[in-house]
Design a binder for this molecule. Structure first.
Ligand code: KIV
Ligand code: ZN
Length: 515
């Protein structure tokens, strides 16, 4: 039986980036976009082009460099947004503009301060404007989960007539319940007279932990595009997770009767990449990509799996990219092997100097831990890029004293505005002492919201990856640092977070009030 195609629309780089602290640089976004292309994602929502000059350039860079996926930019239903989106995606082989306006009574009245008729008029005008730029236009009814069904049908019919080829029904605030959401999709598709002219899509948020369930209920009822993110990243509690949606429809094809073109073996590497870049760790019990997702603890389970794998396993770990990361490089690997493995991982440095710097780091790491895995290379690439990006602060060297019965003390030499400063402090532990030493010079006024350490690979010689989340004046950033010494990794992460916060910059939020 041939399966219908389910379009996978990844919004890690747009909705995912709306997670507090998940801001990514242009180079990082390009690396993720390359990983998504390798995963064979159909549509990559590369960003919200009008948000800032940086966002515009990131979308444009992805449109120039990714050939296999459709590249999309979000745009509010406003002329300026649509024109800016069109400009950013122009270099793409397959460009798409995704325009949206809120349709729920609460959003129309209190956020847009518009009458329903005005909302329909603006939606139609925007879809037409987008169609003047590109053939592929998607229209979303923001907060559809709380919108009136008659009104939804009316605006959708007109958006399709105006030229939208994809209609997206977002559950913006994660309010929907699977059975009811599935029924809404089916009722809309049955009632809108020109529904057959569009692909119906869903975009579910996870506020009640139901994003994947709601998306799958929509698929059961006719939706043929799911918007999702790697690791379920996204605004607040996140979006439907790509890996869960894809593996659910693949594993239960008998039930859903659809399939995607995702190359599932690249799921785990993509998950790791997004986690490393954003500093959002993946919980061990997360389906598909969590460290425990395929680990069997209890004796009964282990016995069953050893006798016959399918007694307790419904998927194979290697099918989603576990265990494919065998030893890749070692102490004696040369520059060419290093460069080609990076390329295979989608990591390309802009200059030879950056590559040389990364190679020096690789050699230093290989001296310490002998076996270098893909995850180590990802961390080296992130560290190298951070050093190359202009930052106000840098770590020159540090020394920490940690001894039983003695108050821990750190001495840190920092580069601040191109001048070296040596600072010292005591703390409750070596990490606390290090952060206090740095703050004694910088006096950032930031609140530390999160400090977490993860081992990048297994074994006591693994690199530790530290995430530091700082907040100042409502702005939240995540700094990530890695090193075989977790105190040094902590200092690197703290300094990166300080650099991010000092860079500042104002970006527009797409779902703000100013439509
Ligand atoms: O959650 C939402 O409604 C969105 C839209 C902009 C599609 O992210
Ligand atoms: Zn969203």
């Amino acid at each position: 039986m041939s399966k219908e195609h389910l379009v996978i629309f990844d919004t890690t780089l747009r909705d995912g980036e709306q997670s507090p602290g998940a801001t990514m640089s242009r180079a990082e976004k390009l690396r993720i976009a390359k990983a998504l292309e390798k995963l064979r994602v159909d549509v990559i929502e590369a960003g919200f082009a009008i948000a800032s000059q940086g966002d515009f350039e990131a979308v444009k860079g992805i449109a120039e460099n990714v050939r296999e996926s459709t590249i999309c930019s979000l745009a509010r239903a406003m002329d300026a947004d649509i024109d800016r989106a069109a400009e950013a995606i122009r270099p793409a082989e397959r460009p798409r503009i995704h325009t949206f306006i809120a349709t729920s009574p609460i959003h129309m009245k209190h956020k847009l301060m518009m009458e329903p008729d005005q909302v329909v008029e603006q939606a139609v005008r925007s879809v037409k404007r987008a169609r003047n730029h590109v053939d592929d236009v998607e229209f979303s009814c923001e907060d559809a989960g709380r919108s009136d069904l008659d009104f939804l049908c009316r605006i959708i019919e007109q958006a399709i007539a105006a030229g939208a080829g994809t209609i997206n029904i977002p559950d913006t605030v994660g309010y929907a319940i699977p059975e009811q959401f599935g029924e809404t999709i089916s009722r809309i598709m049955n009632r809108v007279p020109n529904a057959d002219k569009a692909v119906f899509s869903v975009h579910c948020h996870n506020d009640l932990g139901l994003a994947v369930a709601n998306s799958l209920a929509a698929v059961e009822n006719g939706a043929r595009q799911v918007e999702c993110t790697i690791n379920g990243l996204g605004e607040r509690a996140g979006n439907a997770s790509l890996e869960e949606v894809v593996m659910a429809v693949r594993t239960r094809q008998d039930h859903f009767g659809v399939d995607t073109r995702i190359d599932t073996q690249h799921i785990v590497p993509a998950s790791r990449l997004v986690s490393t870049i954003t500093g959002f760790p993946v919980q061990p019990n997360k389906a598909i990509v969590g460290a425990n997702a395929f680990a069997h603890e209890s004796g009964i389970h282990q016995d069953g799996v050893l006798k016959h794998r399918e007694t307790y396993e419904i998927m194979q770990a290697q099918d989603v990219g576990w265990h494919t990361n065998s030893l890749v490089l070692g102490k004696h690997s040369g520059r060419n092997a290093f460069r080609s493995r990076l390329l295979e991982l989608g990591i390309q440095f802009e200059t030879e100097t950056e590559l040389n710097e990364a190679f020096t780091r690789f050699k230093a790491l290989a001296d310490l831990k002998h076996e270098i895995f893909d995850e180590d290379l990802q961390a080296i690439a992130s560290d190298t890029r951070q050093t190359e990006e202009d930052g106000r602060f840098g770590l020159v060297c540090m020394q920490v004293c940690s001894e039983t019965g003695v108050i821990p003390r750190a001495s840190v030499t920092l580069l601040m505005d191109d001048k070296e400063h040596k600072v010292e402090a005591e703390g409750s532990g070596p990490v606390d002492a290090t952060f206090k030493a740095i703050e004694s010079l910088v006096d950032s006024g930031c609140n530390l919201q999160l400090y977490s350490v993860n081992a990048i690979t297994s074994g006591t010689d693994a690199q530790g990856e530290v995430t530091v989340r700082l907040e100042r004046g409502g702005r939240i950033v995540n700094g990530v640092g890695s090193d075989t010494d977790i105190i040094i990794a902590s200092a690197k992460a703290y300094i990166e977070a300080l650099n991010l916060i000092s860079r500042g910059g104002v970006r527009q939020h797409p779902q703000g009030a100013d439509v």
